[in-house]
Design a protein around this ligand. Structure first.
Ligand code: MF3
Ligand code: CO
Length: 256
């Protein structure tokens, strides 16, 4: 069921999303060669706490038999890791890495979801272009995130833009509605047909999240039951914001 948020709920969404953005800001300031992904995770946890939130990812149970609840406060995925990388004190970030950090702050019962791919030190030209195209794919998509349009219009715009740049979108994971729950209806694929899917209405809050692969779209899941990597070993990037559908242009809630 797709929920339409009330005025009060929208204010609560704004606040959760502000904490999400502040947490990314703290990570952006701290990330550098030599830091571990566990260090980044700790910074995220502390920042959320400082602003009265907790991580909605920590302890998240996907409800899949044999998959343990998610053990950390953030997902950190480096280079050929696409999403759901599990932070570890043994994982040291190095110069030239592209590091995708996906986090969800839960405050006063509402969730704010955003992902960024950070470029650490000097990265290759190709990596930089991938990161920029992934971010732009989000903005191409939300040009269509307007009252009366359909979800498929957003999905189509993202998919076509990514394809036009010579990259692939991940097909197995998608954006989603968000609110009291981290994942609500509708699902929002990063490819699709214009004119299909539900109509957008003011008061919907949606997490739009292009996941882009430099090479072929195929992915594997690692033994840990979480980390998703590219099959061809090529790089991947992720960019996500929580947005609000309004009477006019969408509002991006997770950008300060
Ligand atoms: N934040 C992710 C998303 O964008 C979901 C993370 S799954 C979790 O939808 F297990 F880490 F929580
Ligand atoms: Co999301």
């Amino acid at each position: 069921m797709v929920t339409i948020k009330s005025k009060r709920e929208i204010e609560l969404m704004r606040e959760a999303c502000r904490v999400t953005a502040l947490t990314h800001k703290a990570i952006e300031e701290a990330i550098r060669p030599g830091i571990t992904t566990a260090d980044i995770d700790e910074i995220a946890e502390k920042t959320m706490k400082k602003y009265g939130a907790i991580s909605a990812e920590k302890g998240y149970d996907p409800g899949i038999k044999g998959v343990p609840p998610y053990p950390a406060s953030t997902c950190i995925s480096i280079n050929d890791e696409v999403i759901h990388g599990v932070p570890s004190k043994n994982r040291i970030i190095k110069e030239g890495d592209i590091v995708s950090v996906d986090l969800v702050a839960l405050k006063n019962g509402y969730n704010g979801d955003a992902a960024r791919t950070y470029m650490v030190g000097k990265v290759s030209k190709e990596a930089q272009r991938l990161v920029e195209v992934t971010k732009q794919a989000f903005f191409e998509g939300i040009k269509y995130a307007k009252k009366g349009n359909r979800i498929g219009d957003v999905s189509h715009a993202i998919g076509e833009y990514v394809k036009s740049q010579g990259y692939s979108v991940v097909r197995e994971f998608q954006g989603h509605g968000i609110g009291k729950y981290m994942h609500e209806d509708p699902g929002i694929p990063n490819y699709g047909k214009a004119g299909k899917g539900i109509r957008l209405e003011p008061g919907m809050t949606l997490a739009i999240e292009p996941m882009v692969i430099q090479g072929k779209p195929d992915i594997w899941e690692l033994e840990d039951g979480w980390t998703i990597v590219t099959q061809d070993g090529s790089l991947s990037a992720h960019y996500e914001n929580t947005i609000l559908i309004t009477e006019n242009e969408p509002e991006v809630l997770t950008i300060l």
